[in-house]
Design a protein around this ligand. Structure first.
Ligand SMILES: C[S@@+](CC[C@H](N)C(=O)[O-])C[C@H]1O[C@@H](n2cnc3c(N)ncnc32)[C@H](O)[C@@H]1O
Length: 272
């Protein structure tokens, strides 16, 4: 997506092309073009350690898309708070949600200013229903209080909180469980939580290699075990099939990988 001069101007203060970011690297894994040379160099180092990195990104993205489709179509959710959005690509959350439920509201949140700059064009797709803000998951109250969140999300009604491939960028000392709990407390009964999270459980050597590369980027990675990822769902009840490797979450026949090859866990839970 082209970067218009005004967006670049607004966001440029926080963009440092010399430091690789999770957003830029993920864009590269997915075949996008909104990445810098630093992102591509770091991504190649990850691929050298874990050649399945591209597969992980693709399967994670497909999981998110299936989860959003389920939430909009089967669960009747009409408002989505997508934190750790990443750069726009094909099949973005608002496109899938609004395909299933025209007029659904979506707020995109990312702490990488490049995401806001690149996402401005998205707002025009369905005027007034999609917002993009730069904010940090480590300060959930700022996200909840942001005027754009308040404009688009009614917290008295069920909302879907999407935390896809972002919690592994929150270190233990930033209290990731406290953050998810704050978000849960802000939502109405019937709301949903969607999480995907890298784990070292099935391929520890490769996962550790990936983590070592991300240490030199703007977004160091913290692996968590299945048990630790499960803890994020405290106060939620899983919808079927629970917490599984993302390729095994309600597969739609488009993927032919064996689930444990894709060491990203994913699940969707509902607040009773
Ligand atoms: C791997 S991408 C995931 C994109 C998308 N959620 C998906 O699953 O397809 C992770 C995104 O999380 C963002 N991120 C990392 N730490 C964050 C934080 N503390 N607050 C908000 N966003 C964060 C990164 O900038 C990046 O865009």
């Amino acid at each position: 997506m082209a970067l218009d001069a005004e967006s670049l101007d607004k966001a440029s203060s926080g963009i440092d092309p010399s430091v690789a970011t999770a957003a830029g690297m993920y864009d590269y894994y997915l075949g996008g073009t909104d990445n810098f040379a630093s992102d591509r160099r770091a991504a190649h180092r990850v691929i050298a350690e874990a050649p399945e990195a591209l597969l992980l990104a693709r399967e994670n993205r497909r999981f998110l898309q299936r989860a959003v489709r389920f939430l909009a179509r089967d669960a009747g959710i009409r408002q989505f708070l997508d934190i750790g959005t990443g750069l726009p690509t094909q099949g973005n959350v608002h496109e899938i949600a609004q395909q299933e439920a025209p007029g659904a509201h979506v707020v995109y949140v990312d702490n990488d200013p490049k995401v806001l700059a690149h996402s401005r064009a998205l707002k025009t797709t369905e005027a007034g229903t999609t917002g993009v803000i730069t904010a940090d998951l480590r300060d959930p109250q700022a996200i909840l209080d942001h005027p754009e969140t308040r404009r688009l999300i009614d917290f008295d009604r069920p909302v879907a909180i999407l935390l896809a491939a972002v919690l592994h960028f929150i270190a233990d000392d930033a209290d990731p469980y406290g953050i998810v709990d704050r978000l849960r407390a802000a939502t109405a009964p019937g709301s949903y939580l969607t999480i995907s999270h890298v784990t070292a459980d099935s391929r520890p050597r490769r996962a550790n290699g990936l983590r070592d590369v991300y240490r030199s980027t703007r977004n160091p990675v913290t692996h968590r075990t299945r048990e630790q990822v499960d803890r994020f769902f405290h106060g939620f009840e899983y919808v079927d099939p629970g917490l599984v490797y993302v390729s095994a979450w309600r597969p739609d026949g488009t993927s032919d990988v064996s689930p444990e090859e894709v060491w990203v866990l994913g699940g969707v839970g509902q607040k009773p």
